[in-house]
Design a protein around this ligand. Structure first.
Ligand code: NAI
Ligand code: MG
Length: 372
């Protein structure tokens, strides 16, 4: 029996191209793993009314972790229009399978390293090495939203908060509310993950990115918990910045920052900014990590216009596989894979279109495999 069971979810569009490429590289690494394919994505929404079928969830439960490609999702109306005729009008509602996965397996930490590999013509600078820790389950993504606002919710808010007064005359239908819910436990978990990572990888600093001067309670809770936890890591300074200023600093001096930690929405934004500093979607890897399960994926989507063309850059997926190897404590293999990727980038002979080259997805994979 193989040492690891890895759920293999290509999903839609270029998710299939990049996972095929990842297979070439992982085979070369001779990871002692069984890769078990699972079904996820748009096709299953259309055919079954569920983009994340129950059998896929069962598969994930039987595996150690998962490598995931990408999925297509569409707005509500379009989703309904493409649903199989036999399922229409039966109450099927589209939800994002990746958001669902995060919640089902409590994949509470979103890890997004953004490192500039020298020789990448898309680098903003060559000395950037950022790691973003984004809380993955709460905040504005809690899914607690109202439109129109129910009268009883309005009443409770009016009764409990004087700032509601200015909305008193707005009709309930002209108002939408999305709740930003943040728990102490989640703040502690994400900050601790960031500090543990900083300690393990000998990082210089941890920066907590919030907006406590305006969003006093939720951002405030995060900052207060971060300060407490920081005391347990005396060698690693805690820096505090506001999300808006952080965006400016990242454009001005990205090399000064190291580990960033933040809540879900700000993390979504700031991690995309960081990713673009080091080459964009072709390089942006991620891990969704829980206490006993993890899903690794490139952060790009299914890029329908390139689907099946063997054209897109698979490096984001290789770097995601590298994170997976780290998580499995296959450190030697993880380092070898990263070195091979870095060598291919440095050499610059084999490049996908986004780097200005004309190599195919498979050719990039084969070159990384050769370096291994
Ligand atoms: P996208 O990330 O799929 O593609 C946007 C553009 O970025 C592409 O057209 C291409 O020019 C470039 N790009 C993406 N990946 C690349 C790669 N590996 N190498 C080189 N260039 C690359 O985002 P888009 O077009 O907004 O969304 C397409 C579909 O993907 C939508 O249905 C969306 O909902 C879904 N999506 C899924 C995600 C996921 O599976 N986690 C994340 C983001 C979008
Ligand atoms: Mg995003």
């Amino acid at each position: 029996m193989a040492k690891y069971k890895i759920a293999w979810l290509p999903g839609d569009g270029i998710g299939i191209d990049v996972l095929n490429a990842a297979k070439i590289v992982l085979d070369e690494l001779k990871l002692d793993a069984e890769y078990i394919p699972g079904e996820i994505g748009w096709e299953f929404w259309c055919k079954e009314g569920n983009a994340l079928p129950e059998r896929t969830i069962e598969l994930l439960k039987k595996t150690d972790c998962c490598l995931f490609g990408a999925i297509t999702s569409k707005p509500k109306e379009e989703a309904e229009a493409e649903l199989d005729l036999s399922l229409k009008g039966k109450g099927y509602v589209y939800y994002s399978p990746i958001v669902k996965l995060r919640q089902l397996f409590n994949l509470r930490t979103n890890l997004r390293p953004c490192k500039a590999y020298p020789g990448n013509p898309l680098n903003y600078r060559d000395d950037i090495d950022l790691v973003v820790f984004r809380e993955n389950t709460e905040d504005l993504y809690s899914g607690v939203e109202f439109h129109p606002l129910p009268q009883e919710v309005m009443d409770v808010l009016l009764k409990n908060h004087k700032s509601m007064k200015k909305f008193e005359k707005t009709s309930l239908d002209d108002m939408a509310v999305s709740l930003r819910i943040v728990t102490r436990k989640a703040c502690q978990n994400i900050v601790r993950d960031a500090f543990e990572y900083a300690k393990k990888h000998k990082r210089r600093s941890v920066t907590v990115v919030e907006k406590p001067n305006v969003i006093r309670e939720t951002s405030g809770l995060m900052i207060r918990e971060a300060r407490k936890i920081a005391r347990e890591y005396p060698g690693i300074p805690l820096w505090e910045t506001n999300i808006d200023a952080m965006c400016m600093w990242l454009v001005k001096n990205p090399q000064d920052y190291d580990v960033l930690v933040t809540s879900n929405m700000f993390g979504d934004i700031v991690s995309d900014l960081c990713a673009q500093l080091v080459g964009g979607l072709g390089f942006a890897c991620s891990g969704n990590i829980g206490d006993d399960y993890a899903v690794f994926e490139p952060t790009h989507g299914s890029a329908p216009k390139y689907a099946g063309m063997n054209k897109v850059n698979p490096i984001a997926t290789f770097l995601s596989a590298k994170l997976m190897l780290d998580w499995l404590r296959e450190t030697e293999k993880a380092n070898r894979l990263e070195n091979a990727i870095a060598a291919v980038i440095a050499e610059g002979k084999v490049r996908a279109y986004d780097m200005g080259g004309s190599s195919t997805t498979t050719q990039v994979a084969e070159e990384v495999a050769r370096k291994l």
